[in-house]
Ligand binder design. Structure first.
Ligand SMILES: [Zn+2]
Ligand SMILES: [Zn+2]
Length: 327
């Protein structure tokens, strides 16, 4: 009898883990050279950096392809895991007829055959776009694994490929929800706490905003890259000391009640329109204090204490150098 038969859920869980590991590798490489850190780094240095990263990017691509294989196996296993066994029963391990033999000792259907098998037993079938995408990633991975050629992948391409994969595998789950769940269960969360997660998500938002083209950004994340971005009061309140909050929310007046919808945390926060306390700021979108946040500008952060703080700053800078600024 065949034992340790894998379930659909196990395949999908493993696929998710590989997908997020692949993304984390690329994101870390990207983070090391982020724009606000690379003072004095010229184009040539940057090229050299990414050349050195090629093997790591290739590994990330290989992990992504493995995730594809496991997602397909998961869907097939939901029909029956035994469909994944390759060859005729005559060629299966003979002892399986008399003893218990683990599923892992059987040859299973190869990666190239999985899309066809999927379409024979699963509904809906892969569409043309998904099939081409899976094939392209598999071919590029094979060039690396079998011929040793590191495929020329950029961080942008791999970000996009990961998000396409996630949307295909989990069309109902927004990317940042999945990413938050993953980071809340990662190695750092295991040893410390989940306090770093929000800052991490905001950094990842910044890299996607920088690297994805507007049409792709809209298709994969559902927000308009070029539209105006505002602070999200919900994210800001949960940021802690781990990093700076980015502007991750966009204004929506669709329901008649103006709100800012956040791409990262998924919240909708009511806002009011008012002239900013900061005369240099042209924004008129303020967090609604009635909802637990301070009434503050979602562009420059100014609140009702702005004028008093500015006057205090002015007094401090204008006081003679030998006088005590805090008598
Ligand atoms: Zn948010
Ligand atoms: Zn303002």
């Amino acid at each position: 009898m065949i034992t340790n038969v894998p379930t659909a859920g196990e395949f999908i869980e493993r696929a998710d883990a590989l997908l997020h590991l692949s993304y984390s590798i690329v994101s870390k490489l990207y983070d090391n050279q982020r724009e606000d850190w690379r003072l004095g780094v010229d184009e040539e240095d940057l090229r050299a950096y990414w050349d050195k990263c090629a093997p790591s990017l290739a590994n990330a691509l290989a992990l992504l392809q493995q995730a594809h294989e496991l997602y397909l196996k998961g869907r097939i296993a939901a029909v029956s895991p035994f469909l994944l066994l390759a060859r005729d029963p005559q060629q299966w391990p003979k002892k399986a007829a008399t003893d218990d033999v683990s599923f892992s000792e059987f040859l299973t259907v190869g990666a190239a055959e999985l899309p066809r098998l999927h379409d024979m037993v699963c509904s809906p079938r892969l569409d043309h776009k998904a099939r081409n995408f899976l094939n392209t990633i598999r071919e590029r991975r094979n060039m690396f694994v079998h011929q040793g050629h590191a495929p020329t992948s950029s961080a942008a391409e791999l970000f996009e490929a990961t998000l396409i994969t996630h949307k295909w595998a989990h069309p109902e789950t927004p990317w940042f929800d999945a990413r938050r769940t993953h980071l809340q269960n990662d190695h750092l969360s295991a040893i410390y706490s989940t306090d770093h997660v929000m800052a991490n998500l905001h950094q990842e938002f910044a890299e996607l905003l920088q690297e994805l083209k507007p049409a792709i950004f809209k298709e994969l994340l559902g927000f308009k890259k070029k539209a105006r971005w505002f602070d999200c009061p919900n994210c800001k309140g949960r940021m802690g000391d781990f990093g700076d909050a980015r502007e991750t929310a966009q204004l929506s007046e669709a329901t008649g009640m103006p709100v800012v919808d956040c791409l990262v945390c998924g919240s909708s926060s009511p806002v009011i329109h008012k002239k900013c306390y900061n005369p240099k700021c042209k924004s008129t979108v303020y967090a609604d204090a009635a909802n637990g946040w301070d009434e503050s500008c979602l562009t420059c952060g100014a609140d009702e204490g702005f004028e008093a703080r500015e006057a205090e700053r002015e007094r401090h800078w204008n006081s003679p150098p030998d006088s005590d600024p805090f008598p």
